[in-house]
Design a protein around this ligand. Structure first.
Ligand code: M6R
Length: 586
């Protein structure tokens, strides 16, 4: 949700910052901009649209110090004037976050002043300029003390040959080079830096080409750990894939295997955290919540312990019941989703334990958790989560087995056996006819029972977010309690049927759709289902596997369906409208 980048060193800063913005573009793509410092002057270019809209403009930026921004609009529509950097006096500033008291601050400090943009961010640079008397640190400290909300800010100042950074509730990471230093919103964008420092809330940093000085909110110098950057580069190479989404779906099989090895190293710590726990709550947002729905069933089916799945944005505001025996699993690809991070913080403050299930080892979520169940999906660029979902499901499956006291090597063996089945499905799936049905439809409903229902929720989210076709993920048994009223010749109902004991019931639901002239498709690995529905419903046959693991395979079908439908409708599957990858604001 907005990416910030900064560079100071001996090279042409605008080019380096531009590259960094390309790597962070999945965080927002409404507008982009760069400000560069040259001989004590600040030059800015910014445009509505994607980073490449800056092509041809940055050739005028010659300096060795610059900041850049790629935006996901919160306050103020996407436009040139709302694009960052925002400039005031001697400063140019980029911001990721939301300033909740921006209107209040404007009234209090800038009554009658006309702002250049409709953004909340502009108030930050205006305050810094207001408080500046030659001392950047004090200006930042005074500004920070007034701000409510979240921010990661990087700025340049005409009087200072370097970058200034401050942060609260949004990520800012310093990257170290040789005679040059960097700042960015996340570690993969700093993959060329061997070492990094993750700033803490309240930190203010001054970064020059020769070094980094970090201060706490009272301007006391602090030492923050300089750690090895283990983040994999967020490779922008697409190989033979036209889109990141397809590339990342194809990385699902490797994600399953890599998540298993990563879990093996993490299991001991997880076992320690489990001591005394008698209640499990799984929380997350969007796809991560959908993975949590499966996690809940795994905990119940495998460990026989009641579990709840809660949307993080609900959990944090419902005054949840959490005590020292409660374990909250906070699921998040990015590890920085505001609602999930806040839910985890709340659980800890109530005395509960927290395990992060995440793809981002340096994230805020990892830092505040008691342990991590790692998801080893590697950087995910496409806004729609695919391989990370499968990695989360694999990690939750392993977790449930640890909880049940099962030998983990056995479960790893099961997952490793499913990985080639995912590969086979992704490579050989014939989905074009169903995608065509969906692209022409007025609505697509995804239905299943139990674990298949959990997969249905994810299938529906995937299709909605990249094809913009309305629909829902529903428990198949609920169809007749309302949703059936929506079914007509222009709707498609996609059933996921992989639980043998529930197959008959699901076939009944398919019949209910067919008898209302609705179109139906079935993703199944059960022969009797295929026989009963052959020629009447579109059948997508998937390989058989242990029942609890079929979601890892069936979801790849739904991911491929969403991808192909989006292509038919000429949507950009990697950058769906209105969305961004990491939602770091409420
Ligand atoms: O980084 P997180 O897993 O915490 O993100 C949560 C959701 O924002 C995310 O899953 C979102 O729903 C995706 N765009 C789904 O594809």
């Amino acid at each position: 949700m907005c990416g910030i980048v900064g560079y100071t060193g001996g090279r042409r800063a605008s080019e380096i910052v531009y590259r960094g913005l390309e790597e962070l573009e999945y965080r927002g793509y409404d507008s982009a901009g760069i400000a560069s410092l040259e001989n004590g002057n600040i030059y800015t270019v910014k445009r509505r649209g994607r980073v490449k809209s800056l092509d041809g403009l940055i050739s005028d930026l010659d300096g060795n110090t610059a900041v850049g921004h790629t935006r996901w609009a919160t306050h103020g529509k996407p436009s040139d004037k709302n694009a960052h950097p925002h400039v005031c006096g001697k400063f140019a500033l980029v911001h990721n976050g939301i300033i909740e008291n921006c209107e209040e601050l404007k009234k209090m400090y800038f009554s009658g002043v006309e702002f250049d943009s409709e953004t909340d961010s502009e108030v930050i640079v205006r305050l810094i300029d207001l408080f500046y008397d030659g001392d950047i640190l004090s200006a930042l400290k005074n500004t920070a003390s007034l701000l409510k909300g979240s921010y990661a800010v990087a700025l340049i100042c005409a009087d200072f040959d370097g970058l200034a950074v401050m942060k609260r509730n949004n990520p800012a990471i310093i990257g170290y080079g040789d005679g040059e230093n960097f700042v960015a919103s996340d570690a993969p964008a700093l993959s060329r830096c061997k070492t990094i420092t993750i700033l803490k809330d309240g930190d203010i940093a001054l970064v020059t080409k020769d070094g980094v000085n970090i201060f706490d909110e009272n301007l006391q110098g602090v030492i923050r750990e300089r750690i090895k950057n283990l983040a994999e580069p967020s490779s922008l190479e697409l190989g033979d894939c036209p889109h990141y989404m397809l590339k990342e779906i194809r990385e699902v099989p490797a994600t399953v295997v890599n998540t298993c090895s990563a879990y093996l190293s993490a299991e001991q710590k997880i076992k320690e955290v489990l001591s005394g726990v008698n209640r499990i709550i799984i929380t997350g947002c969007g796809t991560a919540y959908n993975a949590g729905l499966l996690g809940k069933r795994y905990v119940e089916l495998i460990a026989g312990i009641p579990a709840e799945a809660e949307i993080a944005g609900e959990f944090r505001y419902k005054r949840p019941i959490v005590d020292s025996k409660t374990l909250v699993l906070a699921v998040s690809q990015s590890g920085e989703t505001a609602d999930t991070v806040e839910a985890a913080k709340l659980a800890r403050s109530l005395g509960g334990k927290v395990i992060a299930v995440t793809n981002s080892p340096y994230s805020e979520l990892v830092r505040l958790s008691d342990a991590t169940a790692p998801v080893a999906a590697g950087p995910e660029i496409c806004v729609a989560a695919t391989k990370s979902y499968v990695g989360q499901v694999a990690a939750l499956y392993l977790f449930a087995n640890t909880l049940a006291g099962e030998p983990i090597e056995k479960c790893i063996g099961e997952l490793e056996a499913v990985s080639p089945l995912c590969k086979k499905t992704i490579e050989h799936i014939e989905i074009s006819s169903l995608a065509d049905m969906c692209a022409r439809s007025n609505g697509v409903y995804f239905l299943g029972r139990d674990t298949d229902y959990a997969v249905a929720t994810e299938g529906s989210l995937k299709l909605k977010e990249i094809s913009y076709i309305a629909g829902d993920g529903y428990p198949a048994g609920e169809l007749k309690h309302g949703t059936l009223a929506l079914i007509d010749i222009k709707t498609v109902s996609v059933f996921i049927i992989t639980r043998k004991e529930l197959a008959e019931k699901n076939v009944n639901a398919v019949e209910q759709v067919l008898s209302r002239r609705g179109k139906a498709a079935v993703v199944t690995n059960i022969e009797s289902v295929c026989e009963k529905l052959r020629k009447r419903a579109e059948i997508i046959r998937i390989p058989e596997c242990p029942e609890n693991l079929s979601p890892l395979i069936s979801v790849t079908v739904l991911q491929m369906l969403a991808y192909n439908t989006a292509l038919l409708l000429e949507r950009d599957p990697d950058k769906p409208r209105n969305l961004a990858k990491s939602v770091t604001v409420e």
